[in-house]
Ligand binder design. Structure first.
Ligand code: SF4
Length: 181
């Protein structure tokens, strides 16, 4: 017979197994990297065989895919989208621009470290990453989910003050209510 702790562990393993094979993505096509999404999702690379498929709305999505540079104007919309998604949720930073700004590192109107504003679970490097790299990034995310280590959504809640302070440094006309957990 299992005690409560052992039973919970078994439930977590089963839940994580199901989650990692059912990743509905919301692709926010912020930058040029978005052009690699159609070949990744269609018959040539067929991401659906990994359980990865598109979602029409944030509320049904598990993964927010930020595909490249993010303009300061878009940041507000991306935050709004992320906060509408249900837990557990994951963020993938796609392309060098999300890691360090890439070729726009000193641009006045793009952010250059996505992780300061949203919790990124996996980065896919490259400019632009090919579909093979995109799929490798998703496989990495699946491994983290199975291990219970894809916990950016929880980190966001725990460090909400820090994230909000960073967001408000960029979004000067902040008219949204702060996210209320
Ligand atoms: S990493 Fe390269 S391909 Fe991706 S958005 Fe930046 S400049 Fe474009």
């Amino acid at each position: 017979m299992y005690n409560d702790k052992e039973s919970q562990k078994i439930v977590d393993i089963i839940q994580n197994y199901a989650r990692k094979h059912s990743l509905f993505i919301l692709a926010y096509g912020t930058g040029c990297g978005a052009i690699e999404i159609p070949p990744t999702m269609t018959s040539r690379y067929d991401a659906e065989r990994f359980g990865i498929r598109g979602s029409a709305t944030p509320r049904q999505a598990d993964v927010l895919l930020i595909t490249g540079y993010l303009a300061t104007k878009s940041l507000k919309r991306v935050i709004k989208v992320y906060e509408q998604m249900q837990d557990p949720k994951y963020v993938i930073g796609f392309g060098s621009c999300t890691i360090n700004g890439g070729m726009y590192w000193d641009s006045y109107n793009t952010i250059n470290v996505l992780d300061k504003y949203l919790p990124v679970d996996v980065y896919i490097n490259g400019c632009m990453p090919r579909p093979e790299a995109v799929i490798a990034g998703f496989v990495k995310l699946q491994k983290l989910i199975q291990q219970g280590k894809a916990d950016g959504w929880d980190i966001y809640k725990k460090n909400i003050d820090e994230y909000k302070a960073n967001q408000k440094k960029i979004i000067t006309n902040w008219v949204m209510p702060d996210f209320n957990f």
